[in-house]
Design a protein around this ligand. Structure first.
Ligand code: 3PY
Length: 252
């Protein structure tokens, strides 16, 4: 059975002290609320990871990085490897977010290397996919998303694929305040699941958690999460305010 997941993506926000304070606040709220079987993930900047893993006591919360290097180790000044991330106690890594694809030139080729390194280090990739506005407007959105999945993930065995979380984030809904409608989200999530079933079989497709990301907030989370193929969210701005994040976690 696939998991319900709400993952926060803090992006480049919060200094260390602010991050610890926010994580403790979320931890307290998660511990004192019946969040059913929802798994919470906090995607924090690298410098927060060690301290967040110490500060979080709830077994319902996992810590995630937002990127990792595409090489194992060596002379790559400024890079942070998957094994370094794992050594902090962190369990997940967000990969291929549209901001990394567009601002830092992350290609599918690079993402294959990063995905492999995460899996080798027992880190769960939260693999992001999604089309830009022109691609949706010209009717290419299904093809774009299918290629991103095929090029970035279809080299994996069915067993390794089973360790991956997918996040569909239409780029036109990121940081714009515009959200995909519940119908648009369901339509794409169902298409993604069908694409996975063609490659890995129906069981693997049914077991994969597919999150929706892009201006997801307490006011629209319930409607988005009520869709059969939407298993939760990857949350940007609303994950920076504990009450808002909790409003989304409790929206199932
Ligand atoms: C957003 O909701 O803005 C995101 O990019 C989540 O990753």
């Amino acid at each position: 059975m696939r998991k319900k997941i709400v993952a926060g993506n803090w992006k480049m926000n919060n200094n260390l002290q602010e991050g610890i304070e926010l994580a403790k606040e979320i931890n307290g709220l998660v511990e004192s609320t019946d969040i059913k079987d929802v798994q919470v993930i906090i995607g924090a900047p690298f410098v927060h990871l060690t301290e967040l893993n110490k500060a979080i006591t709830s077994n319902k919360i996992r810590v995630s990085a937002q990127n990792c290097a595409d090489e194992k180790s060596g002379a790559y000044t400024g890079e942070i490897s998957a094994s370094m991330i794992a050594s902090t106690g962190t369990e997940c890594v967000i990969l291929g977010h549209s901001e990394r694809r567009s601002y830092y030139g992350e290609t599918s080729e690079i993402l294959v290397k990063k995905t492999n390194l995460c899996l080798e280090n027992n880190l769960t990739p939260i693999f992001c996919i999604g089309e830009v506005l022109e691609e949706r407007e010209s009717g290419k959105h299904f093809d774009v998303v299918k290629s991103q999945i095929a090029d970035g993930l279809f080299h994996l065995s069915v067993e390794d694929f089973g360790k991956v979380i997918l996040a569909y984030e239409p780029v036109w809904a990121i940081g714009t305040g515009v959200t995909a409608s519940a119908d648009q989200a369901q339509e794409m999530h169902a298409f993604i699941r069908k694409t996975l079933a063609e490659q890995y079989g129906e069981e693997a497709a049914q077991n994969c958690s597919i999150l929706y990301g892009g201006s997801c907030k307490p006011s629209n989370a319930k409607e988005l999460f009520s869709n059969e193929d939407v298993d939760g969210g990857l949350i940007g701005g609303a994950s920076l305010v504990a009450e808002d994040f909790m409003g989304i976690i409790t929206a199932f």
